[in-house]
Design a protein around this ligand. Structure first.
Ligand SMILES: [Zn+2]
Length: 261
């Protein structure tokens, strides 16, 4: 029985001096695997490098909606597609829409969201979705682009039960981060987690961001994914072991991870 952190950024500068120690701490605390997430070409490349160095690490590749304004011409997408030849690459993302921050213009976000879903389908990789304030548009685009063919996960899920059902129907999992340990929106979050079957849930840290209680204020790291699993167990009234068993199973299935359950 162990946990998997399905979404972390050990491939970012925040961890450049100590990612090996951070990975080891996760392993020692029962987080036997983690997936690094690409947000642009450079950290996708670094994810591949680290995943090749640490046997229990995997990575995704892709351009985050914040960064898509920097893609330029599509040769940068071809460059990133080349990385997928490495067998430690297990997903495509995080891609999607962020209409809260709008660091890239909306039309550019939409264009590259569609484009990158097509790339993920071509590479036959499940998709990691970043969606902020764009539930409706994301649903529409996933449907129009037939994203169900590869499926994926809505990371840091922020939406209601109706949205959850829509994406689950399209072959997507729901991922919860450390924010579910916060007091804010506790009732809403509890209701949502109770209503989503454990068979469709995976867990993540989004390290170094979104540090859960009781470590809020510090840099987040994959070892802390246990607080997310504990909270889900508490809300659903099931054991921690059951949450670990299911979320690990789901994550291995979704990303076709080459590890023993
Ligand atoms: Zn992320």
């Amino acid at each position: 029985m162990f946990l998997i952190d399905s979404h972390c950024h050990l491939n970012m500068d925040y961890f450049k001096d100590d990612y090996r120690e951070v990975a080891q701490r996760a392993y020692n605390s029962g987080v036997k695997s983690f997936i690094m997430i690409g947000t642009n070409y450079l950290d996708s490349q670094r994810g591949v490098k680290i995943a090749n160095e640490i046997p229990y690490a995997f990575t995704s590749i892709g351009w985050h909606p914040h960064d898509v304004k920097d893609i330029g011409d599509s040769s940068n997408l071809f460059k990133i597609m080349k990385l997928a030849e490495n067998k430690k690459v297990v997903g495509y993302g995080e891609i999607g829409l962020d209409f809260f921050k709008n660091y890239s213009p909306k039309d550019i976000q939409i264009k590259f969201f569609r484009h990158q879903i097509a790339v993920a389908k071509e590479l036959n990789l499940p998709i990691i979705i970043h969606d902020r304030d764009a539930n409706e548009e994301v649903t529409k685009i996933l449907k129009e682009e037939s994203a169900f063919k590869v499926g994926g996960v809505i990371h840091c899920f922020s939406g209601d039960l109706d949205y959850a059902h829509k994406v689950m129907d399209m072959n997507f999992y729901i991922s919860f981060p450390g924010t579910i340990t916060f007091k804010k929106n506790r009732e809403l979050v509890s209701k949502l987690i109770k209503s989503i079957p454990i068979e469709r849930i995976i867990v993540e840290t989004d390290s170094p961001f979104l540090t859960p209680e009781p470590h809020r204020g510090k840099r987040n790291e994959p070892a802390f994914v246990k607080y997310v699993a504990e909270k889900i167990a508490e809300i659903k009234g099931i054991t921690f072991e059951e949450v670990a068993k299911w979320t690990t199973h789901n994550c291995i299935e979704l990303f076709r991870l080459n590890i023993e359950k």
